[in-house]
Write a protein that binds this ligand. Structure first.
Ligand SMILES: [Zn+2]
Length: 73
């Protein structure tokens, strides 16, 4: 996967996340509207995932309820 805005190549396991951070740090000011929407959406997803992960540590086994509820979808 190559960056759309420079010649940097992403080939590690976490390339989506690496690319995401790279865009935010290096190209955020010049992102196209579509890319900016993608970036902001992904950022929200990552933030809510982090929030969920840290909440899970606090709540302990209450995530069992969350998982069983979601597995039906
Ligand atoms: Zn780049």
């Amino acid at each position: 996967m190559k960056c759309n805005y420079c010649d940097k190549i992403f080939d590690n396991d976490d390339l989506i996340l690496s690319h995401f951070h790279h865009l935010g740090e290096n190209h955020y000011d010049v992102l196209t509207v579509d890319d900016k929407i993608m970036y902001d959406t992904r950022k929200k997803m990552i933030e809510s995932k982090m929030k969920y992960e840290s909440q899970k540590k606090i709540d302990g086994d209450s995530d069992l309820i969350f998982n069983s509820r979601n597995s039906k979808v």
